[in-house]
Design a protein around this ligand. Structure first.
Ligand code: WTA
Length: 651
């Protein structure tokens, strides 16, 4: 990042106040109510969080201190307390009739449905904890979990948390090499996997991938294999063990380990600017308080909610908002195994109708796909059970936001656009749905205890609507503790850009109402003829055009302007990729933002290369746009044929 500032060009001015009906029943029901809590949380974070921690959670030994910041940037939270996250998610909910409440409602891609009550989930987790113990897994050992979206993934995570083993969940879409690297980096002793997973009607051969990975994972002693798809798999006798056989050999009673609050909970790998993924380390107490408290306030969870987060457990959203946050609140969570368009693009809406989902938390990339597939699919279903919608993962284009609000939320459900990162562990900026008005494309205001600032290159604070670099000034409970095995990288990546402040890697601006607009990674910022632009904003403009389904804009070197823009555009069904349309799109961008933001080139394509978590792989597009060979790590690329097609288009 060498730019002096990041110019923001968004002109969004629509604003939606919380509906009275929603606000009346909400935990925080006015802006003033939020302000008061927020002020307390930043004036005295120690007391604020200590009160929440001790009142809302079970501790074997209650902490007497909130934050210990004596050794920055290494925070400790609730350090003299002892607890267990699995106990907080399960055991304490086994009182009275609550033990028979559904904890997980699972729907498999083939249509099979399974419900686990809190009591049943508790028993399964206890059994699996005993299995791990029997295989010699000890406190502090690492267990890799390479599974699809099945309840056993959550069971394995909770079982690790229960015995104090560190889990590293490896997204089921990763290939064998990526599994091998993560397993070795985390020094995992055991891999939990399944024969196969269902994805869009196809079988993902997870066990086979593990077999290939394990040619070079000398530290792994065993695998435990869940039977899901029933395909033939090679079982190495003595090394590979069936889940269903192992759980038969142990008791369903298990006493949760009493762990110090700072005991490591999990390592989750995430990509940085370099090729090697970072092992983000989270610990027990602070993460628990962060994930659960945000779930409670942001989703405004109620006893009778059926909550559905569509993320994969392999990503941080699945950790915090499928497994830990909602279960710590005793909520009913829906879990869906497969693709949103299997057997047809109405699958999500059918799930919502059949299970009476009340809260839906999904990603902008999914929303844009729904827009592309057409309104007829959601229209076919009764979505009236929904009362709250959420998004996460990338900036949401205002037009996609408006569609979400109108077509899915029936202009009734509040939308929480939640900004956060693997590193932050929990949501950082988000509206509280009963208290904060929303603007399409803005993640609005900071959550309790979070002090975001937008800075100029020189570290001074940017003015209203002036784009800059997003930092967080004060430590918060669920913050990452280090990069596993590479503390120097932790300091260099996050704490060296601005002394004593956490650098997010995102560009943002704060508007005249104090609302934040995250423009995306600063590595995606381009400088066109002296104009600094968030590529996301040009994309928003393109996506706002009626013919466009999705757009990715990247910079490429330009002799005259420093950088030029190339836009990769997918069109809605029925739209023809004509020259006239190209011209119309350029004019549209000029209209929405300004002439300087018009892409130098528009390339129509059938699809955009994405990581399996749905993020557009801009690095690849940048290389393509610059006419370079596409190289580097592509293990996360969702669909190689998209890339091949993009290349072919160049001919
Ligand atoms: C982006 C996902 C705008 C951002 C939880 C961040 C967002 C990165 C939003 C982290 C949002 C996430 N609005 N941008 N609501 N949420 N991002 O680690 O660039 O997979 O730095 O965590 O996603 O991605 P990660």
């Amino acid at each position: 990042m060498s730019q002096a500032s990041i110019q923001s060009v968004s002109r969004e001015s629509r604003i939606f106040a919380p509906q009275d009906e929603f606000a009346r029943q909400a935990r925080v029901s006015s802006r003033e109510g939020y302000e008061e809590l927020y002020r307390r949380s930043v004036d005295d974070p120690d007391a604020f969080w200590l009160e929440i921690a001790t009142e809302d959670f079970h501790w074997f030994k209650k902490p007497t201190q909130g934050l210990d910041w004596s050794n920055p940037p290494h925070a400790k939270w609730f350090a003299d307390g002892t607890t267990n996250l699995a106990y907080n998610c399960l055991d304490r909910h086994l009182v009275g009739s609550h033990r028979n409440k559904a904890a997980i409602i699972f729907e498999g891609e083939p249509g099979d449905v399974r419900v686990l009550t809190y009591q049943q989930l508790h028993r399964e987790v206890c059994r699996f904890a005993n299995v791990l113990g029997k295989l010699g897994v000890k406190q502090g050992d690492c267990v890799a979990i390479y599974m699809g979206m099945v309840p056993e993934a959550a069971i394995a995570m909770l079982a690790c948390a229960r015995i104090g083993a560190i889990h590293t969940v490896i997204f089921g879409g990763f290939a064998a090499e990526a599994v091998r690297d993560r397993v070795n980096d985390a020094k995992a002793k055991l891999i939990v996997t399944q024969d196969g997973a269902w994805r869009r009607g196809n079988l993902v051969p997870l066990k086979e991938n593990v077999d290939r990975a394990m040619r070079e994972t000398p530290g792994v002693k065993h695998t435990i294999v869940l039977k899901r798809t029933g395909n033939e798999v090679a079982m190495d006798r003595g090394r590979d063990l069936w889940w269903h056989e192992m759980v038969e050999t142990v008791s369903a009673q298990h006493r949760a380990a009493e762990l110090p609050a700072e005991h490591p909970l999990f390592i989750l790998y995430t990509s940085g600017t370099t090729g090697k993924p970072k092992g983000v380390l989270h610990t027990t107490g602070g993460y628990m308080v962060g994930a659960a408290t945000t779930s409670k306030f942001v989703f405004d969870l109620r006893e009778d909610d059926t909550y559905w987060c569509t993320a994969d457990v392999g990503w941080v959203t699945g950790h915090s908002y499928i497994a830990y946050g909602p279960l710590a609140n005793g909520a009913t969570c829906l879990m869906y195994e497969g693709a949103p368009n299997h057997p047809d693009p109405g699958r999500f809406w059918s799930i919502i109708e059949r299970h009476g989902v009340t809260i839906l938390y999904t990603a902008p990339t999914a929303i844009r796909a729904f827009v592309k597939w057409g309104d007829q699919y959601p229209m076919k279903h009764d979505l009236s059970s929904l009362r709250l919608l959420g998004t996460v993962g990338e900036p949401i284009n205002p037009e996609a936001w408006m569609w979400y609000r109108r077509v899915i939320g029936n202009e009734r459900c509040p939308i929480v656009d939640t900004w956060w990162q693997t590193e932050t562990g929990a949501m950082m900026m988000t509206p509280l749905p009963g208290a904060i008005s929303t603007k399409p494309g803005s993640c609005t205001v900071p959550f309790f205890g979070v002090v975001p600032k937008v800075l100029r290159e020189d570290g001074t604070e940017a003015g209203p609507n002036e784009g800059g670099l997003l930092v967080i000034e004060k430590p918060w409970p669920s913050m990452m503790r280090t990069v596993y095995g590479d503390d120097q990288r932790f300091k260099d990546t996050y704490w060296s850009r601005f002394e004593g402040k956490y650098f997010t890697g995102d560009g943002a601006r704060k508007d005249e109402d104090g609302f934040f607009w995250v423009m995306g990674r600063v590595d995606d910022v381009v400088n066109v003829a002296g104009h600094r632009l968030g590529t996301a904003e040009v994309e928003s403009a393109l996506v706002a055009h009626k013919s466009v389904a999705e757009a990715a804009v990247v910079g490429r070197p330009d002799e005259l302007k420093g950088q030029g823009l190339v836009a990769f555009v997918t069109l809605k069904q029925g739209e023809a990729p004509t020259k006239a349309l190209k011209a119309a799109l350029l004019e549209h961008v000029a209209q929405e933002i300004g002439k300087f933001a018009r892409p130098d080139e528009i390339r129509f394509t059938d699809g955009l290369p994405k990581t399996r978590s749905g993020k557009i792989m801009r690095r690849l597009l940048k290389e393509l746009a610059s006419g370079n060979e596409v190289k580097g790590d592509m293990t996360t690329l969702e669909d190689f044929s998209v890339l091949a097609k993009l290349r072919a288009d160049e001919e």
